[in-house]
Design a protein around this ligand. Structure first.
Ligand code: HEM
Length: 198
């Protein structure tokens, strides 16, 4: 419905809805493939990671759809002065910028927020990996840890190489795979042997 009725829309919220909708379909298909988890016991760490990932994916699409990918060319600092106005984080606002400039400085706030959230995702993913490793689901732990390292490296490539298309595509695919790995970790307590098979 979003794709059909919002073609050409410039508000980032439309792209965010589209990507989150697609990723949700993927995660639901994955859950359907492995069957419903009967127990109500869930790993709090994996739930936190899942929520952080959803927020981080929305923030990443906001960076991309808001033309903010090139707003910070430095690392770890942004490299330009940041305007912390909350209106710059309004996903319903059509991004306004001078297309003749090489960078869009008003996007620096969103860009740095995405990097800050990456730090929280890293902490949650490492803690979840260690926890599921201890539960015996080693493949899920290794998959999550490896995808995290890969995603950070691709993020750095995006910044340093000025958004090569292949890296942007890979960043999206790895984000989806991280969501599936987190979803596998969610069911470790109930189905550790099935996750190991996965
Ligand atoms: C660790 C977890 C991370 C996740 C789950 C994540 C996820 C995403 C997603 C889903 C997008 C949208 C891609 C698109 O629609 O084209 C995105 C964009 C982006 N991310 Fe990340 N990201 C992460 C970490 C990072 C890090 C560490 C950096 C940089 C140091 C980074 C830099 C970027 C940039 C520059 C874009 C904009 C790409 C474009 O304009 O096409 N990301 N991210």
């Amino acid at each position: 419905m979003l794709g059909r009725y919002t073609a050409g829309a410039k508000q980032p919220i439309i792209a965010i809805g589209n990507v989150l909708g697609g990723f949700t379909m993927l995660a639901v298909s994955f859950a359907a493939w492995f069957g419903a988890a009967p127990s109500t016991r869930r790993s709090g760490l994996a739930v936190t990671l899942m929520l952080l990932l959803i927020v981080q994916i929305a923030a990443g699409v906001f960076v991309s759809a808001g033309y903010s990918g090139l707003s910070c060319t430095g690392f770890p600092a942004c490299g330009v002065a940041i305007n912390f106005s909350s209106t710059l984080l309004d996903p319903t606002r059509v991004p306004q910028f001078d297309a003749t400039l090489p960078i869009h400085p008003q996007g620096a706030f969103a860009h740095m927020l995405h990097r800050g959230l990456a730090l929280l995702v890293t902490l949650a993913a490492l803690a979840t990996s260690m926890s599921v490793w201890r539960s015996g689901a080693r493949r899920a732990a290794i998959a999550l840890g490896s995808l995290l390292v890969l995603q950070i490296m691709i993020g750095l490539t995006l910044v340093h190489a000025s958004l090569p298309f292949v890296a942007a595509l890979a960043h999206n695919v790895v984000a989806a795979l991280m969501l599936l790995a987190a979803s596998a970790c969610l069911r470790v307590r109930e189905h550790s042997e099935r996750v190991d098979v996965a």
